[in-house]
Design a protein around this ligand. Structure first.
Ligand code: ACO
Length: 331
């Protein structure tokens, strides 16, 4: 079986910036409350007629260009979303059409805020099994479509955007040279580590898209906070172990960007070295569900904040309850 790696990343967000002061005109809140409790300063909001596929296609196009690939090189498109209105044709198929990808397998996947890491693992498994040589893996959300704009406890959290990765088979001629998996990993050839994933469906009511009057995001905020800070550190450690590493070996960590207070409390329990780069895109972008991990990683890559080849832990978690995490080598 070949290995896989993330060859390149891309991201895209709508133009409109919604500030905390803008939200204070809509509901009884303040910039100070939102920053203190969540760390969020701004979020991007898509136009009325902008769809999840509209957000996803530019992100995917940038990843494709950065990988130096042509549309016909892509054999698989997986798009993670929980907010898309379009069901058929899938948003992945719409992205394939927009980018001129002629005949790829294309499908959407919904695993809430763990969606991108789940899609990355699924695509990586498909590539390793030889089902495609290059795959586009996208997380894209228009959370503004599933926001109750009268509920101050949730509308301040959410935003829109998309992030994308090109997943490629590590060339056979390279892997053939390395019979020892550890040597291949050290050489940066094993670019996507084993996934640590699972769910607790008995607690599914903690994060939901309720569909009473129209679909809208709802959560038990404090229960989610407790779940993430008590149970997700072990998931993060296991993802590192499965890649043959400890948290102390990580150059970077990109968790689901739910809120900054939550990310800090989670990572405090991991014992990371002081120089580990921690993604904080939530400050600018809010919680973009399945888009948050790829968007945050793409921005770190763009700003060259993590050296190519260095190990980065990705960790998605949310509705389901579900989680998925893996160590990847930074593209
Ligand atoms: N502005 C001002 N006051 C507010 C706001 C707001 N935007 N929202 C809630 N409040 C008020 C409440 O009405 C309540 O007032 P009361 O005491 O008079 O009743 C008070 O603040 C406390 O409300 P809580 O909901 O208990 O607020 P909490 O301190 O729990 O903070 C938050 C809410 C930030 C969401 C917190 O629960 C949290 O960090 N949760 C983590 C989970 C998370 O981030 N989920 C994101 C989505 S899930 C996911 O992505 C996995």
């Amino acid at each position: 079986m070949p290995g896989t790696r993330i060859a390149a990343m891309g991201h895209h967000q709508p133009d409109r910036v919604l500030t905390n002061d803008d939200l204070a005109d809509l509901v009884d809140t303040s910039d100070a409350w939102i920053r203190r409790r969540t760390g969020i300063a701004t979020r991007r909001i898509a136009a009325e007629d902008e769809t999840v596929a509209d957000l996803a296609a530019p992100a995917a196009g940038k990843a494709l260009a950065a990988a130096g690939l042509a549309p016909e090189d892509i054999g698989l498109v997986v798009l993670a979303t929980c907010s898309a209105r379009d069901r058929c044709p899938s948003n992945a198929a719409q992205v394939a059409r927009a980018l001129g990808i002629p005949s790829a397998v294309a499908y959407d996947l919904n695993n809430g805020c763990a969606g991108f890491c789940t899609a990355l693992a699924s695509a990586s498994h498909s590539v390793r099994a030889g089902a495609a040589r290059h795959a586009l893996v996208i997380g894209a959300e228009k959370m503004s479509d599933v926001t109750d704009w009268t509920d101050r406890s949730t509308c301040v959290l959410l935003g829109d955007g998309a992030g994308a990765a090109v997943v490629s088979a590590v060339p056979d001629d390279h892997t053939d040279d390395h019979t020892d998996a550890d040597a291949a990993a050290e050489a940066g050839l094993e670019g996507i580590g084993p996934v640590e994933w699972g769910s607790d469906p008995t607690r599914g009511e903690m994060v939901r898209l309720l569909d009473d009057w129209q679909p809208h995001f709802a959560q038990e905020g404090q229960a989610v906070f407790r779940w993430v800070t008590t149970e997700l550190p072990a998931v993060a450690r296991r993802a590192c172990e499965r890649a043959g590493l400890t948290p102390g070996d990580l150059a970077g960590v990109v968790t689901h960007q739910a809120n900054l207070r939550l990310i800090e409390a989670l990572l405090d329990r991991l014992g990371l070295p002081e120089d580990t780069v921690v993604a904080q895109d939530v400050v600018e972008s809010g919680n973009t569900s399945a888009a948050s991990v790829p968007m945050a990683l793409a921005k770190l890559v763009e700003r060259r904040e993590i050296a190519p080849g260095a190990p980065v832990l990705l960790l998605g978690f949310g509705g389901g309850l579900s989680w998925a995490g893996q160590v990847v080598r930074c593209p």
